[in-house]
Ligand binder design. Structure first.
Ligand SMILES: [Zn+2]
Length: 138
């Protein structure tokens, strides 16, 4: 049985050689298709079933494709369009991770996010981007 799994692993690696594999867009398509599938399970109309299968098929086609340049172009477009959304999620994750030691403020001039140590009382915060100052309680 162990030998069979080793052979299967080797054959899978050989088959995947030269193929694009999974990237951010492929993962997003797969997660979206799973969400649609779960939604269609509980929805009486099952409207999302066909789009879910289409998205899953698209993510598989991207994953096993050998056309690297086309897949990279698609990835580039996806990353450009979702940049702000992904940055917002990263900021929320960082805020949650640093919630005990830091506070986050937004510069009123340039809208930059400023991270300052927590528990320092009322301080003047200097924005490194636009050099403006704001006063805040940490
Ligand atoms: Zn600023």
């Amino acid at each position: 049985m162990k030998k069979w799994f080793e052979t299967l692993g080797i054959k899978t690696r050989q088959w995947m050689q030269g193929r694009y594999g999974a990237d951010e867009l492929t993962k997003a398509l797969y997660i979206l298709s799973l969400a649609f599938l779960i939604h269609s399970l509980f929805s009486p109309l099952r409207l999302f079933y066909i789009p879910a299968l289409a998205l899953m098929l698209w993510s598989c086609i991207r994953c096993y494709s050998r056309n690297y340049t086309k897949r990279l172009q698609e990835r580039e477009i996806y990353l450009r369009f979702t940049g702000k959304i992904r940055a917002w999620f990263h900021l929320q994750r960082d805020k949650w991770k640093d919630r005990k030691n830091f506070r986050y403020f937004r510069c009123k001039q340039c809208k930059a996010t400023l991270r300052v140590p927590k528990g320092k009382g009322k301080i003047r915060i200097h924005c490194p981007k636009c050099h403006s100052e704001l006063e805040a309680k940490t």
